[in-house]
Ligand binder design. Structure first.
Ligand SMILES: [Zn+2]
Length: 382
């Protein structure tokens, strides 16, 4: 199931888009186009009307509506629909909201000149792909020989709730083609080692010791706690860079960081979003900081699998300017990325985004087997 057919879709989707422009004038409310002689049915092969030139008309319908994807490309067409498909296998999929919400998939084989009626039913519902998360919080932070920051359980709960809001927006926009399996670990009585951030030339920038040095978090989890980190696609770490009462601080210039570690030839994404204060007011990581940092851990792997994401000037999908693609903000842009329906603006025909199929076909472990991401750390300034 992981063998996507993205390679095959170029010509097919070009035809589909041209077809839509010609037949429905660019609107997406068309239906039942091109209904020339569809009586040739694969289940009723009694058509003797051989003198009528009929190619391969496929009727696609669904009792519960939905957004149609053909060969993993958003089709921008409404159901029911009659459409010509080239001979061979095609993956049809539906993203459905409402009572029957979910991601539905159906592989069909088209034979030259043989029409078919394809109806999506509840049996076509795909089991969501699981993405595994370790959500980790520390109750305090301390540099060697330095002061100790502290935070309350209440603030940790706020951060966790914001994290959940963020990643649930990915599930929802992807029509629940994925589900997050979350393990939460609040180490309220543990102190994380805070270190000067050497990769940015600013002595007042601090992060936590994530990497594999002694007393680093990876070392702590693997060697002190005995955990197998290969079981996670994402590790999200929350720590206090400021004490709420202002008695101790390790200032950061960034709102979030994303990193990669490799285990067993695949990547594990690590994101860090600390608590800090600005002008004396508490600043909690917001839901889209979490989505943004998570995107950094996955974005570079999609092109290896034939999936095109929009990118910003630094080549990073998370840094795409929403206005470039007609969105007011990143909330709209990211949602469309997860739906795979960002309209191409460069004259190509493929919609952009990983879409529900891209999220369903690969979790990070599957996405990242072939290559590492680079650079190893992404710094998002406040
Ligand atoms: Zn960023």
């Amino acid at each position: 199931m992981k063998n996507l057919i993205f390679k095959n879709i170029k010509i097919c989707s070009l035809l589909l888009i041209l077809f839509c422009f010609i037949s429905c004038g660019g609107s997406d409310d068309s239906s039942s186009t091109d209904t020339i002689d569809t009586d040739t049915n694969i289940d009723d092969n009694t058509d003797t009307d051989d003198d009528t030139a009929v190619s391969t008309s496929i009727n696609i319908s669904s009792a519960f509506g939905g957004a149609l994807y053909i060969d993993n490309q958003y089709a921008n067409m409404s159901l029911p629909l009659d459409i010509e498909l080239t001979p061979g296998t095609h993956m049809l999929a539906l993203g459905v909201e409402g009572d029957n919400q979910g991601y539905y998939r159906k592989e069909i084989t088209v034979q030259d000149g043989v029409g078919q009626d394809i109806e999506f039913t509840l049996d076509d519902l795909a089991t969501p792909r699981t993405w595994r998360v370790l959500w980790l919080s520390f109750g305090s932070g301390q540099a060697p020989g330095g002061c100790e920051t502290n935070i309350s359980q209440n603030f940790i709960d706020i951060a966790f709730n914001n994290f959940m809001q963020g990643i649930e927006s990915i599930e929802r926009n992807a029509f629940n083609s994925i589900q997050w399996d979350i393990e939460r670990m609040d180490l309220i009585s543990e102190s994380v080692t805070t270190i000067s951030f050497t990769s940015v030339p600013d002595p007042n920038d601090w992060t936590i010791n994530v990497n594999e040095q002694p007393n680093g978090i990876v070392d702590f989890l693997e060697n002190t706690k005995g955990m197998d980190l290969t079981e996670y696609d994402l590790i999200s770490i929350y720590w206090p860079s400021f004490s709420v009462n202002g008695s101790c601080s390790y200032p950061t210039r960034y709102g979030g960081l994303a990193r990669e570690i490799r285990r067993n030839d695949h990547s594990i994404g690590i994101i860090e979003a600390p608590f800090f204060t600005q002008n004396g007011s508490p600043v909690h990581p917001d839901p889209y900081t979490y989505v943004h940092e998570w995107l950094h851990t996955v974005e570079l792997f999609y092109p290896n699998h034939g999936i095109t994401l929009p990118v910003g000037i630094d080549g990073r999908a998370a840094h795409t300017n929403p206005q470039t693609y007609g969105f007011d903000d990143v909330v709209g842009l990211y949602g469309a990325m997860f739906r795979g329906n960002i309209f191409p603006i460069d004259g190509t025909t493929d919609f952009l985004g990983m879409g529900p199929e891209g999220l369903w076909a690969f979790n990070l472990e599957d996405l990242s087997r072939t290559s590492s991401s680079s650079p190893k750390i992404i710094v998002d300034l406040k």
